[in-house]
Design a protein around this ligand. Structure first.
Ligand code: 13P
Length: 259
């Protein structure tokens, strides 16, 4: 059985005091949840302080991006080893906001993933189509191109712990969530692609999580789908009660029937 992941992408929200308050609220309520991987991804400036709150905790720390070089004259960039030194276990790579606003391409995504793998930080690779691409029936083609580009040159062993987040761009921050059927269709296609590129074993163990206006009201119906293994949560992860609720609902579902 794949362990589900509920990850909060805090994007460019929360100053350091607010971030500490948020993480303390979360960890107090979910300390006994053992069957869900819980991750919070604050901004770079808050990683160290939030990380200190999470030492030996069941809530893991993640970053929202990383650079591929180890160190050097790269003003404004942060290396994977730097992330590791403040306790990061995960890093989000290739988020659609990075692709749209900051020139991220499948090639740079590939380089960032390579750096993360080499430093043993789990990459959360984000893929997803725009509304125009969906309306042109290009969703699967787009997602496949993104995944093939992102994973170019990696062996099965390299990506054994990698997580894929399917985040339809039209559902991010819009209140429009993909229906469970829409999401399941793409998650299943991604799993099939991983089986073709690598193996059935890897495909059946890889966590494929959903992002895009996921919230307490829809997390259960999404999580009931066979190929949806968790969520990458934006807006709803900024409110402790919503994020905690989503973690607890997921935990309950996995205690029950979903396997
Ligand atoms: P929302 O949950 O706010 O739609 O954001 C999703 C997202 O981009 C997570 O990475």
């Amino acid at each position: 059985m794949r362990q589900p992941i509920i990850a909060g992408n805090w994007k460019m929200y929360k100053n350091v005091n607010e971030a500490i308050e948020l993480v303390n609220n979360i960890k107090r309520e979910v300390y006994d949840v053992a069957n869900v991987g819980i991750v919070v991804c604050p901004t770079f400036t808050n990683l160290s302080d939030v990380g200190q709150m999470l030492v030996e905790n069941n809530v893991a720390l993640g970053a929202q991006n990383c650079y591929w070089e180890k160190e050097g004259a790269f003003t404004g960039e942060v290396s994977v080893d730097m992330l590791k030194s403040v306790g990061c276990k995960y890093v989000i790579i290739g988020h659609s906001e990075r692709r749209k606003y900051f020139g991220e391409t499948d090639e740079t995504v590939n380089m960032r993933i390579k750096a993360a793998i080499e430093s043993e930080i789990v990459p959360i690779l984000c893929v997803g189509e725009t509304l125009e691409e969906r309306e042109a029936s290009k969703t699967i083609e787009i997602v496949e191109t993104q995944i093939k580009g992102a994973l170019k040159g990696f062996s099965e062993k390299d990506i054994v712990s990698l997580v894929i987040a399917y985040e339809p761009v039209w559902a991010i921050g819009t209140g429009l969530t993909a229906t469970p059927d829409q999401a399941q269709e793409i998650h299943a296609a991604i799993r099939k692609l991983i089986a073709e590129l690598y193996s059935d074993v890897l495909a059946s163990s890889m966590r494929i999580i959903y992002g895009g206006s996921a919230k307490p009201e829809n997390i259960e119906e999404l999580m009931r789908e066979e190929d949806i293994d968790g969520g990458l949560i934006g807006g709803a992860s900024l409110k402790p009660e919503s994020f905690i609720d989503m973690i607890k609902k997921t935990s309950k579902l996995y205690e029950g029937t979903k396997d």
